[in-house]
Ligand binder design. Sequence first.
Ligand code: NAI
Ligand code: MG
Length: 360
Amino acid sequence: KTFRIAAIAGDGIGKEVMPEGLRVLDAAARRYGIGLDIVEIEWASCDYYAAHGQMMPDDWKQQLQGVDAIFFGAVGWPATVPDHVSLWGSLLKFRREFDQYINLRPVRLFDGVPCPLAGRKPGDIDYLVVRENTEGEYTSLGGIMYEGTDREIVIQESVYSRHGADRVLKYAYELANRSRRKRLTVATKSNGIAISMPWWDKRAEAVGQDYPDVSVDKQHIDILSARFVLQPDRFDVVVASNLFGDILSDLGPATTGTIGLAPSANLNPDRKFPSLFEPVHGSAPDIHGQNIANPVAMIWSAALMLDFLTESQGAGRAAHDAIVQAIEAAIVQGPRTRDLGGQASTTEMGKAIAERVAQG
Ligand code: NAI
Ligand code: MG
């Protein structure tokens, strides 16, 4: 099978890290015999917006028909397009229309990267955050009454469905079941949010019936956040609602050094729609155009994509592992970009990783 991939570079450093992501993808595909058909797409960018007054063409969905995955750089150019317009007009449309209900972020401290947490070494921080990506706290249900008066009232509803909760919990249990320590942490706040969160806890228990080998640890979001900082070695797989997961999936990567390393996957595990793989970072207007951005987050996202497309089997798994090992080696031995304390350009670091992958 040949996988068809839409490569959307977007804006700013998205356009600089994308070629390095594609370079490594190409090296891995050749080395491990994986068929890839890459379609490079210019829209979903603020340049496209400048010419057309919208982020994407009206027929964007048709144009993506038959695509197995989206490889996404970063979108946003606040000097010309407001951030909510660029984000809601592109990335968030993909997440919602393609029912990418899992947001997966690996959090891992690499050898050779200074850790912001005192006394932590590689191995101490190595876990996965699974965020529910389609419902929960992020809705537009609600409103403001008596606006502008001193009787003003605002209501914003959270919406959870059994279908929506169970599918993300099941995904997290599956991951935990395959992980080293078979440990799942469920983020909750059932002591304070007295209707939805006790219900969420119950769903976690119900889904857990099918996974007797997984040990489950339910933690309130406040102390859980503190433990990401104080005891990161406790974690293996962490699952959370949309809002809690949003916060945890920024906090986790922040504890492992530069944002230039962190990858993410927006998954539709049912494979009815394409999934999307992207760095956690944005378009970084402050450093764009200098060829100094760290390409690792983009490259690591390519590894996650190959792993997902091949269902973690055979060549795809091997290619994923080879890319991650090549990243590890580049971080320790160089060439390193400036955010890692080196002098290398984006291109030099990307090429070095691609060469290591090609050698196998
Ligand atoms: P940002 O992630 O673009 O930058 C934050 C800081 O990290 C900057 O100082 C930047 O130079 C640095 N940085 C980011 N990536 C780096 C890399 N690969 N190597 C070295 N340094 C790196 O976030 P910011 O500044 O809040 O947002 C800039 C634009 O990006 C906005 O338009 C925002 O909406 C958009 N954005 C897009 C995202 C996406 O496409 N998924 C995610 C986050 C922000
Ligand atoms: Mg966020």
